[in-house]
Design a protein around this ligand. Structure first.
Ligand SMILES: Cc1cc2nc3c(=O)[nH]c(=O)nc-3n(C[C@H](O)[C@H](O)[C@H](O)COP(=O)(O)O)c2cc1C
Length: 205
């Protein structure tokens, strides 16, 4: 609720914490939320590597978020080399930036991926049928799909081949930084997680 044009969380760090999880949970469920997408940064050879992904998992209890990807994509090797990742969200309408640091874990062909795969829509499963690894150079413009699947949705049996490429990246959160923009003064707060403790700290915006 907004009082005097200031949201209730403006000067209340506990409310900010609750707000973060509410917005992330809504971001996962609601494809119209500005937090449905996020930007994941990995450490790479020379430059940091950044990409947009869809937020697919949020757990306040386990302090984790996650996304789906292709096992053959560059980000997998980067995560296997260095599991430290940063994830950025920005909700333009509500003027909220959320920055998450954590440890990424690659899940492939295990109980987690089997459970997730069984709930993925066919349209999304098709992405995992591209023939060559994402990022492979091509002499021609390409979708990457095998010619027989170019403009159709493959059958359920055909889509199953994508499971081999399907990967779930789980991020164990170590810290969350909040930034709220307001004309009367911004607010910024940092939440650090250590051994079941949450350290809540205001910081200068
Ligand atoms: C709106 C949007 C959503 C995307 N969602 C995902 C996603 O959930 N998983 C994914 O692997 N790539 C997703 N992509 C593509 C990635 O941004 C990226 O191009 C691709 O994963 C290759 O990244 P990499 O070479 O750094 O591994 C998305 C792109 C856009 C624009």
């Amino acid at each position: 609720m907004v009082t005097n044009n200031l949201p209730e969380h403006y000067n209340d760090i506990d409310k900010i914490y609750d707000e973060i999880w509410e917005r992330l949970i809504d971001g996962k469920k609601n494809r119209n939320s500005e937090l449905h997408q996020c930007y994941v940064a990995t450490n790479s050879d020379k430059f940091p590597a950044l990409r947009t992904v869809v937020l697919r998992h949020v757990s306040q209890e386990n302090l984790s978020i996650g996304f789906h990807t292709d096992k053959r994509s560059n980000k997998i090797n980067e995560i296997l080399e260095d599991s430290n990742v940063s994830v950025l969200f920005y909700d333009h309408e509500h003027k909220i930036q959320i920055r998450i640091n954590g440890q990424a874990e690659v899940n492939h062909n295990n109980d987690s991926t089997a459970a997730i795969w069984s709930n993925i829509r066919s349209f999304s499963k098709k992405c995992y049928l591209i023939e060559k690894a994402p990022g492979t150079q091509s002499e021609i413009p390409t979708s990457g799909y095998p010619p027989q699947f170019e403009n159709i949705l493959p059958s359920d049996a055909e889509l199953e081949a994508g499971y081999e490429n399907f990967t779930y990246i789980n991020i164990q959160i170590e810290s969350i930084e909040w930034l709220y923009l307001h004309k009367d003064g911004h607010r910024r707060a940092l939440f650090n997680f250590t051994d079941n403790n949450i350290n809540k700290q205001w910081i200068t915006p």
